[in-house]
Design a protein around this ligand. Sequence first.
Ligand code: GLN
Length: 303
Amino acid sequence: MDLQQLVTQIAKDMIARRDRGIVADYIPELASIDPDHFGITIALPDGRIYSAGDSDTRFSIQSVSKLFTLAIALGKLGDRLWQRVGREPSGQPFNSILQLEHEQGIPRNPFINPGALVVTDAILQGHEPREVLGEVLRFIQSAAGDGDIRIDENVARSEAMHGDRNLALAHFMAAHGNFFNPPEKTCGTYFHHCAIEMTCEQLARAGRFLVGGEGAPRLISPASVRRINALMLTCGHYDGSGDFAYRVGLPGKSGVGGGILVIAPGRAAISVWSPGLNAHGNSHLGTLAVEQLARATGWSIFG
Ligand code: GLN
Protein backbone atom coordinates (compact mmCIF):
# COMPACT_ATOMS: atom_id res chain seq x y z
CA MET A 1 0.00 0.00 0.00
CA ASP A 2 1.33 3.44 -0.93
CA LEU A 3 0.75 5.34 2.30
CA GLN A 4 1.67 8.72 0.80
CA GLN A 5 -0.90 8.27 -1.93
CA LEU A 6 -3.47 7.23 0.68
CA VAL A 7 -3.09 10.28 2.95
CA THR A 8 -3.04 12.59 -0.08
CA GLN A 9 -6.34 11.06 -1.26
CA ILE A 10 -7.92 11.24 2.21
CA ALA A 11 -6.95 14.93 2.56
CA LYS A 12 -8.40 15.66 -0.88
CA ASP A 13 -11.67 13.88 -0.04
CA MET A 14 -12.03 15.61 3.33
CA ILE A 15 -11.20 19.10 2.06
CA ALA A 16 -13.86 18.68 -0.65
CA ARG A 17 -16.62 18.03 1.91
CA ARG A 18 -18.99 20.74 3.07
CA ASP A 19 -19.89 19.29 6.45
CA ARG A 20 -17.18 20.39 8.85
CA GLY A 21 -18.72 20.23 12.32
CA ILE A 22 -18.62 23.11 14.80
CA VAL A 23 -15.44 24.62 16.27
CA ALA A 24 -15.40 24.57 20.11
CA ASP A 25 -16.11 28.03 21.50
CA TYR A 26 -16.24 27.51 25.26
CA ILE A 27 -12.50 28.23 25.30
CA PRO A 28 -12.62 31.64 23.53
CA GLU A 29 -9.06 31.39 22.24
CA LEU A 30 -10.05 28.27 20.25
CA ALA A 31 -13.22 29.79 18.80
CA SER A 32 -11.36 31.81 16.16
CA ILE A 33 -9.60 28.82 14.55
CA ASP A 34 -10.35 28.49 10.83
CA PRO A 35 -12.62 25.40 10.44
CA ASP A 36 -11.16 24.72 6.99
CA HIS A 37 -7.88 23.35 8.33
CA PHE A 38 -7.27 19.68 7.69
CA GLY A 39 -4.05 17.77 8.33
CA ILE A 40 -3.11 14.10 8.55
CA THR A 41 0.10 12.17 9.27
CA ILE A 42 0.93 8.49 9.51
CA ALA A 43 4.11 7.73 11.49
CA LEU A 44 5.69 4.30 11.30
CA PRO A 45 7.46 2.94 14.41
CA ASP A 46 10.89 3.87 13.00
CA GLY A 47 9.83 7.52 12.56
CA ARG A 48 9.16 7.57 8.81
CA ILE A 49 6.13 9.79 8.15
CA TYR A 50 3.53 10.27 5.43
CA SER A 51 1.62 13.57 5.57
CA ALA A 52 -0.95 15.61 3.70
CA GLY A 53 -2.83 18.90 4.16
CA ASP A 54 -1.97 21.19 7.08
CA SER A 55 0.19 18.58 8.76
CA ASP A 56 2.80 21.18 9.68
CA THR A 57 0.46 23.66 11.40
CA ARG A 58 0.39 23.74 15.21
CA PHE A 59 -2.93 23.18 16.95
CA SER A 60 -4.07 22.86 20.56
CA ILE A 61 -3.89 19.18 21.50
CA GLN A 62 -6.30 19.64 24.46
CA SER A 63 -7.52 16.24 25.71
CA VAL A 64 -5.00 14.31 23.63
CA SER A 65 -2.57 15.46 26.36
CA LYS A 66 -4.45 13.17 28.79
CA LEU A 67 -2.64 10.22 27.20
CA PHE A 68 0.73 11.57 28.12
CA THR A 69 -0.22 12.49 31.70
CA LEU A 70 -1.75 9.03 32.15
CA ALA A 71 1.46 7.40 30.91
CA ILE A 72 3.48 9.46 33.40
CA ALA A 73 1.05 8.71 36.26
CA LEU A 74 1.10 4.95 35.59
CA GLY A 75 4.89 5.06 35.59
CA LYS A 76 4.93 6.86 38.95
CA LEU A 77 2.03 5.29 40.82
CA GLY A 78 1.40 1.99 39.02
CA ASP A 79 -1.85 0.32 40.00
CA ARG A 80 -2.33 2.65 42.98
CA LEU A 81 -3.75 5.16 40.47
CA TRP A 82 -6.85 2.95 40.12
CA GLN A 83 -7.87 3.63 43.72
CA ARG A 84 -8.74 7.16 42.59
CA VAL A 85 -10.10 6.71 39.06
CA GLY A 86 -11.97 3.90 37.26
CA ARG A 87 -11.51 2.17 33.92
CA GLU A 88 -15.06 2.11 32.57
CA PRO A 89 -16.56 4.09 29.69
CA SER A 90 -18.79 6.84 31.03
CA GLY A 91 -21.38 7.19 28.27
CA GLN A 92 -21.52 10.87 29.29
CA PRO A 93 -20.07 14.09 27.88
CA PHE A 94 -16.41 14.72 28.75
CA ASN A 95 -17.19 17.47 31.25
CA SER A 96 -20.18 15.85 32.99
CA ILE A 97 -20.47 15.97 36.79
CA LEU A 98 -23.45 13.59 36.97
CA GLN A 99 -21.73 10.29 37.76
CA LEU A 100 -19.37 11.83 40.32
CA GLU A 101 -22.33 12.39 42.61
CA HIS A 102 -23.37 8.73 42.43
CA GLU A 103 -19.87 7.31 42.59
CA GLN A 104 -18.41 9.11 45.62
CA GLY A 105 -16.13 11.42 43.68
CA ILE A 106 -14.34 8.60 41.79
CA PRO A 107 -14.41 9.44 38.06
CA ARG A 108 -15.26 6.67 35.62
CA ASN A 109 -12.01 6.81 33.59
CA PRO A 110 -8.85 8.89 33.10
CA PHE A 111 -9.97 10.50 29.82
CA ILE A 112 -13.12 12.36 30.90
CA ASN A 113 -12.27 15.68 32.54
CA PRO A 114 -12.68 14.65 36.20
CA GLY A 115 -10.54 11.55 35.58
CA ALA A 116 -7.82 13.56 33.87
CA LEU A 117 -7.92 16.11 36.71
CA VAL A 118 -7.28 13.27 39.20
CA VAL A 119 -4.35 12.08 37.07
CA THR A 120 -2.87 15.59 37.00
CA ASP A 121 -3.52 15.94 40.74
CA ALA A 122 -1.63 12.66 41.32
CA ILE A 123 1.49 13.63 39.37
CA LEU A 124 1.44 17.11 40.91
CA GLN A 125 1.62 15.87 44.50
CA GLY A 126 4.86 17.05 46.10
CA HIS A 127 5.83 19.10 43.04
CA GLU A 128 5.34 22.54 41.60
CA PRO A 129 3.24 23.03 38.44
CA ARG A 130 6.33 24.22 36.58
CA GLU A 131 8.17 20.95 37.31
CA VAL A 132 5.22 18.79 36.25
CA LEU A 133 4.65 20.75 33.05
CA GLY A 134 8.36 20.44 32.29
CA GLU A 135 8.09 16.68 32.79
CA VAL A 136 5.03 16.40 30.52
CA LEU A 137 6.75 18.45 27.80
CA ARG A 138 9.97 16.44 28.07
CA PHE A 139 8.01 13.19 27.83
CA ILE A 140 6.23 14.37 24.66
CA GLN A 141 9.43 15.80 23.17
CA SER A 142 11.35 12.59 23.69
CA ALA A 143 8.46 10.50 22.29
CA ALA A 144 8.37 12.77 19.23
CA GLY A 145 12.15 13.12 18.98
CA ASP A 146 11.56 16.86 18.66
CA GLY A 147 12.39 19.55 21.22
CA ASP A 148 10.28 22.23 19.55
CA ILE A 149 7.00 21.50 21.36
CA ARG A 150 5.55 24.09 23.74
CA ILE A 151 2.55 25.43 25.60
CA ASP A 152 0.36 28.18 24.11
CA GLU A 153 -0.01 30.46 27.13
CA ASN A 154 -2.92 32.36 25.54
CA VAL A 155 -4.97 29.18 25.29
CA ALA A 156 -4.10 28.18 28.87
CA ARG A 157 -5.12 31.64 30.14
CA SER A 158 -8.29 31.66 28.05
CA GLU A 159 -9.38 28.31 29.49
CA ALA A 160 -8.50 29.36 33.04
CA MET A 161 -10.71 32.43 32.69
CA HIS A 162 -13.62 30.18 31.73
CA GLY A 163 -12.69 27.21 33.88
CA ASP A 164 -15.66 27.15 36.27
CA ARG A 165 -16.82 23.74 35.19
CA ASN A 166 -13.46 22.03 35.67
CA LEU A 167 -13.01 23.84 38.99
CA ALA A 168 -16.44 22.61 40.05
CA LEU A 169 -15.44 19.02 39.19
CA ALA A 170 -12.21 19.42 41.17
CA HIS A 171 -13.97 20.92 44.21
CA PHE A 172 -16.58 18.17 44.10
CA MET A 173 -13.88 15.50 44.16
CA ALA A 174 -12.09 17.38 46.96
CA ALA A 175 -15.32 17.23 48.97
CA HIS A 176 -15.13 13.43 48.60
CA GLY A 177 -11.49 13.31 49.65
CA ASN A 178 -10.30 12.45 46.14
CA PHE A 179 -8.17 15.53 45.52
CA PHE A 180 -4.89 16.33 47.26
CA ASN A 181 -3.77 19.69 45.88
CA PRO A 182 -5.75 22.95 45.95
CA PRO A 183 -8.24 22.67 43.02
CA GLU A 184 -6.94 25.95 41.52
CA LYS A 185 -3.39 24.58 41.43
CA THR A 186 -4.30 21.26 39.77
CA CYS A 187 -6.72 22.93 37.33
CA GLY A 188 -4.07 25.50 36.39
CA THR A 189 -1.60 22.71 35.63
CA TYR A 190 -4.26 20.80 33.69
CA PHE A 191 -5.20 23.87 31.59
CA HIS A 192 -1.53 24.26 30.71
CA HIS A 193 -0.97 20.67 29.56
CA CYS A 194 -4.21 20.86 27.53
CA ALA A 195 -2.76 24.00 25.89
CA ILE A 196 0.28 22.20 24.47
CA GLU A 197 0.41 22.89 20.75
CA MET A 198 1.74 20.41 18.21
CA THR A 199 1.58 19.70 14.51
CA CYS A 200 0.11 16.48 13.11
CA GLU A 201 3.65 15.38 12.27
CA GLN A 202 4.86 15.92 15.83
CA LEU A 203 1.79 14.25 17.34
CA ALA A 204 1.98 11.17 15.12
CA ARG A 205 5.69 10.80 15.91
CA ALA A 206 4.99 11.23 19.63
CA GLY A 207 2.26 8.56 19.45
CA ARG A 208 4.81 5.89 18.45
CA PHE A 209 5.49 5.10 22.13
CA LEU A 210 2.02 3.48 22.14
CA VAL A 211 2.60 1.53 18.90
CA GLY A 212 5.52 -0.71 19.82
CA GLY A 213 7.47 -2.40 17.04
CA GLU A 214 10.99 -1.95 15.71
CA GLY A 215 12.34 1.56 16.25
CA ALA A 216 9.45 2.90 18.40
CA PRO A 217 10.50 4.81 21.55
CA ARG A 218 10.11 2.70 24.69
CA LEU A 219 9.08 5.16 27.39
CA ILE A 220 6.72 2.92 29.39
CA SER A 221 6.35 -0.81 29.98
CA PRO A 222 4.70 -3.01 27.33
CA ALA A 223 1.93 -3.74 29.88
CA SER A 224 1.19 0.00 30.23
CA VAL A 225 1.15 0.36 26.43
CA ARG A 226 -1.49 -2.39 26.18
CA ARG A 227 -3.57 -0.90 28.98
CA ILE A 228 -3.52 2.66 27.64
CA ASN A 229 -4.56 1.36 24.22
CA ALA A 230 -7.45 -0.53 25.84
CA LEU A 231 -8.58 2.65 27.60
CA MET A 232 -8.30 4.63 24.37
CA LEU A 233 -10.52 2.13 22.57
CA THR A 234 -13.18 2.06 25.28
CA CYS A 235 -13.05 5.66 26.61
CA GLY A 236 -10.94 7.82 24.27
CA HIS A 237 -13.91 9.47 22.55
CA TYR A 238 -16.19 9.92 25.61
CA ASP A 239 -19.82 9.12 24.78
CA GLY A 240 -18.76 8.66 21.15
CA SER A 241 -16.28 5.86 21.99
CA GLY A 242 -18.54 3.01 20.86
CA ASP A 243 -19.22 4.67 17.54
CA PHE A 244 -15.52 5.38 16.95
CA ALA A 245 -14.62 1.74 17.72
CA TYR A 246 -17.39 0.59 15.38
CA ARG A 247 -16.30 2.82 12.52
CA VAL A 248 -12.53 2.72 12.91
CA GLY A 249 -11.68 -0.33 15.03
CA LEU A 250 -8.57 1.30 16.50
CA PRO A 251 -7.72 2.94 19.84
CA GLY A 252 -7.93 6.72 19.58
CA LYS A 253 -7.87 9.84 21.74
CA SER A 254 -9.54 13.06 20.69
CA GLY A 255 -9.35 16.66 21.88
CA VAL A 256 -11.67 19.66 21.48
CA GLY A 257 -8.97 21.39 19.44
CA GLY A 258 -10.02 18.95 16.68
CA GLY A 259 -7.03 16.61 16.95
CA ILE A 260 -7.19 12.82 17.18
CA LEU A 261 -4.30 10.44 17.82
CA VAL A 262 -5.02 6.91 16.63
CA ILE A 263 -2.86 3.84 17.28
CA ALA A 264 -2.63 0.86 14.94
CA PRO A 265 -0.79 -1.48 17.34
CA GLY A 266 2.52 -2.71 15.94
CA ARG A 267 1.99 -0.76 12.72
CA ALA A 268 1.66 3.03 12.99
CA ALA A 269 0.49 6.11 14.86
CA ILE A 270 -1.91 8.31 12.93
CA SER A 271 -2.78 11.89 13.78
CA VAL A 272 -5.47 13.93 12.17
CA TRP A 273 -6.60 17.50 12.75
CA SER A 274 -9.78 19.25 11.66
CA PRO A 275 -11.18 21.81 14.14
CA GLY A 276 -14.93 21.26 13.52
CA LEU A 277 -16.44 18.89 16.10
CA ASN A 278 -19.36 16.46 16.08
CA ALA A 279 -22.07 16.34 18.76
CA HIS A 280 -19.77 14.39 21.13
CA GLY A 281 -16.97 16.96 20.93
CA ASN A 282 -14.77 14.84 18.64
CA SER A 283 -13.39 16.04 15.30
CA HIS A 284 -16.04 15.43 12.64
CA LEU A 285 -13.83 15.17 9.56
CA GLY A 286 -11.02 13.68 11.63
CA THR A 287 -13.25 10.73 12.49
CA LEU A 288 -14.32 10.27 8.87
CA ALA A 289 -10.70 10.50 7.73
CA VAL A 290 -9.45 7.74 10.04
CA GLU A 291 -12.49 5.64 9.16
CA GLN A 292 -11.44 5.91 5.51
CA LEU A 293 -7.84 5.11 6.45
CA ALA A 294 -8.80 2.03 8.47
CA ARG A 295 -10.96 0.76 5.63
CA ALA A 296 -8.21 1.23 3.05
CA THR A 297 -5.39 -0.28 5.14
CA GLY A 298 -7.31 -3.07 6.89
CA TRP A 299 -5.57 -1.97 10.12
CA SER A 300 -8.65 -2.46 12.34
CA ILE A 301 -7.61 -4.53 15.37
CA PHE A 302 -10.66 -6.67 14.68
CA GLY A 303 -9.24 -7.91 11.37
N1 GLN B 1 -9.16 21.51 28.23
C1 GLN B 1 -10.43 20.99 27.79
C2 GLN B 1 -11.40 20.97 28.95
O1 GLN B 1 -11.01 20.70 30.04
C3 GLN B 1 -10.23 19.62 27.24
C4 GLN B 1 -11.51 18.95 26.80
C5 GLN B 1 -11.37 18.12 25.58
O2 GLN B 1 -10.41 18.25 24.80
N2 GLN B 1 -12.34 17.29 25.34
O3 GLN B 1 -12.58 21.22 28.80
